[in-house]
Design a protein around this ligand. Structure first.
Ligand SMILES: [Zn+2]
Length: 675
């Protein structure tokens, strides 16, 4: 069993020295297994790091250097394939769209559960699910396992990724460090529940828990991860428990997390595929090589920010980072990596640079990662220098150590935007784009500021420039499509929605956009066909189910409406529109009590919707629930002001005979139109 702990830095776990951590499950695994005190990820990015865990090779050999851009080459064997070939049942339960099966990590898994609800999203709009949902899905699968059949199960927990939710009774405004810790505690608790619920003899189960990368909590100016290659980003927990892993052993030497792949095969008695590095020797009763160089890289600074990419090699307690200004640290003497020794120790720096060069792969002999889309985009990327070989492109020639300072300004600009200070935000974002014109997040936010200040043409131009730099990101095409739709460019919007679907056939927003365009053109049949096509493609979306329910309702198909809307409210229980339409379905079927309950939920979720309040009041009156009806009508009158719903609510209140005096504020001047 492989458990990947997203965004989990080693020192956030109790057995790694985090005094205040609540990680009893992982601590217990370490107590009965082997803990690697210094395990390093090859990349601080989710997809490249997981690709290494699944193949046992570094990014130069598997070719996935960034999220969302390419698919694992078919020629590379995976851990799951090896287990499947040996007769194991195989299943994976992933928690983020970053690990969507289209990136190829599903190979070898008989079941690859990446069906995530489109509306439950994290960073960049990638769908995600929490640890409880992952555990639930994995337990449901394990209940169907044939007794005694060996299995390889991979579960991926994503919760500690930003934004940090306050868990376990922590106040929502607790400091970020504590919220981050509370997410890790939640994952640990869910892992405990999973381990307790799995079938089979726990004594015979091999369990490996490993972080995909760490998290920068402000060290060296970075928040989150992906840009800099320091300890907080690279050092991950790595614990192996079960037969073969000696109880309570701690391995202090520096190891590569990717070497877990041949180790798991070895512990299960299976031969690793050719070309993999040696397994983690200590798991096989042997001493490890403390001087074995461990590779690291990040291309995100180049592919997303237009800066330089970074490469790193760690040997023992020394790390060399290749960047426009190279760095060399001895983190045994300098745990904070604050004293750059590159100039003071030129011979060591040169030796480590040579060690790093040994990881480079001749582009001719490396298996090429397939682009997720058509060769034409591939050619455009090549022209921009992004597929050029060992390092990413560096359009604006900025060292990430310097670039990181602009991100603080970027955060300030985003805060101005959220606070409604749109023009100030626009000025700041324009300035950032001027200084760093190849920075995709800057371009995206600068476009947002243009839309918010009424300059749609410039906003569209900024998004188009972002897409020239990064044409493989589905969410960029979706943004452009929505911008064109808002600007009335139906043909341009259609093209961009289609491009987004070419990249990601389950992108709910693109299907909904195309359906909306069909509806605007008066073609109801086409709208419905598009939404059904989305479901057939495997899209899971409360928005799509709600719309299909509404269409069925309008067509008089009560049973279909009931199905779609029940599903929508199950997927996203806080979607008022779904509850509202579901109430209408009950009303149409003549079950007024049920309709009142569903309407009641809708108005709880959208308490300012005067029309909904009015209709709920009317329904309660029909049911003879007069007190509740009057209370609801008073709320409708208050929320509706001078709108037709507000006026009607006031008329009904009077018509009910003033059994209760209208609230005093009903006589105040009506609020602006609210519909
Ligand atoms: Zn990750």
């Amino acid at each position: 069993m492989l458990v990947t702990l997203d965004t989990t830095r080693a020192d956030s776990i109790g057995c790694y020295g985090a005094a205040a951590a609540r990680t009893p499950t992982l601590d217990a695994l370490a107590a009965r297994g082997t803990r690697f005190a210094r395990a390093l990820t090859p990349s601080p990015l989710t997809l490249p790091a997981h690709a290494s865990l699944m193949t046992g090779v570094d990014p130069p050999r598997h070719g996935l250097h960034d999220n969302g851009m390419a698919t694992l080459p078919e020629s590379l064997p995976t851990l799951a394939e090896a287990f499947a070939e040996a007769g194991y049942a195989t299943a994976a339960f992933v928690a983020s769209g970053v690990l969507d099966h289209r990136f190829g990590l599903d190979r070898g898994f008989a079941r690859y559960d990446d069906r995530l609800t489109a509306e439950v999203v994290g960073e960049y709009g990638y769908p995600e699910r929490d640890a409880a949902a992952v555990t639930e899905a994995a337990l449901a699968w394990s209940a169907g396992l044939a007794a005694g059949r060996p299995y390889f199960l991979w579960v991926h927990y994503y919760d500690p990724h930003s934004p940090y939710v306050a868990r376990g009774g922590l106040p929502a405004d607790a400091p970020p460090q504590r919220r981050y810790a509370s997410e890790i505690a939640f994952v640990d608790e869910q892992l405990g529940r999973l381990l307790a619920g799995l079938p089979g003899d726990p004594e015979r189960r091999i369990v490996a828990a490993v972080g995909d990368h760490g998290e920068m909590l402000g060290e060296h100016g970075e928040r989150a991860h992906g840009i800099l290659l320091y300890r907080a980003a690279l050092e991950v927990p790595l614990i192996v428990a079960g037969p073969g892993a000696a109880g309570g052993r701690v391995v202090e030497r520096t190891v590569a997390a990717k070497d877990l792949a041949p180790s798991l095969l070895g512990l299960a008695g299976l031969p690793p595929p050719a070309g993999l590095g040696p397994p983690l020797s200590e798991l096989f009763g042997e001493a490890g090589d403390a001087k074995r160089p461990v590779y690291g890289e990040t291309w995100l600074p180049a592919t997303a920010y237009g800066w330089s990419s970074m490469l790193a090699v760690t040997v023992g307690s020394h790390r060399y980072v290749q960047a426009p200004r190279p760095e060399l640290y001895d983190f045994a003497a300098d745990p904070a990596e604050s004293r750059n020794l590159a100039a003071a120790e030129p011979r060591r720096a040169a030796a480590m640079r040579a060690a790093l060069a040994a990881f480079a792969v001749d582009p001719g002999s490396a298996p090429a990662a397939r682009p997720v889309d058509d060769p034409e985009l591939d050619a455009r990327l090549r022209a921009l220098g992004y597929l050029s070989g060992v390092t990413g492109g560096s359009t604006d020639d900025i060292d990430p150590k310097d670039g990181i300072r602009m991100l603080a300004e970027f955060e300030e600009a985003k805060a101005l935007m959220s606070a409604g200070d749109l023009w100030a935000a626009r000025t700041r974002l324009d300035d950032l784009v001027r200084r760093n014109p190849a920075n995709v997040p800057f371009l995206m936010r600068a476009a947002d500021a243009r839309f918010a200040t009424g300059d749609a043409p410039r906003g569209v131009a900024l998004l188009e420039r972002a897409l020239e730099i990064n044409p493989r990101l589905d969410f960029l095409h979706l943004r452009l499509a929505n911008a064109r739709l808002a600007a009335g460019d139906a043909a341009g919007a259609t093209a961009a929605f289609r491009q987004a679907l070419d990249l990601n056939p389950r992108l709910a927003g693109a299907w909904l956009g195309l359906a909306q365009l069909a509806a605007m053109g008066g073609d109801g049949a086409a709208e419905r066909a598009l939404l059904e096509e989305a479901l057939a493609a495997g899209t899971v979306s409360a928005g799509i189910s709600t719309r299909l329910g509404q269409i069925a309702l309008a067509a008089g198909d009560g049973a279909a409406a009931e199905d779609h809307l029940a599903r929508a409210t199950r997927l996203v229980p806080t979607l008022a529109a779904a509850w509202w339409s579901w109430g209408e379905a009950a009303e149409r079927a003549g079950d007024l009590e049920l309709a009142a309950r569903r309407f009641g939920r809708a108005v709880e979720l959208a308490p300012g919707d005067a029309s909904a309040l009015l209709r709920t009041g009317q329904l309660l009156a029909r049911l003879g629930r007069t007190d509740e009806a009057l209370a609801m009508l008073e709320r409708a009158a208050r929320a509706g002001g001078g709108s037709p719903a507000g006026v009607e609510a006031r008329r009904l209140l009077l018509a009910y005979g003033g059994r209760r005096e209208p609230a005093a504020d009903l006589d105040e001047p009506p609020e602006p139109w609210r519909e």
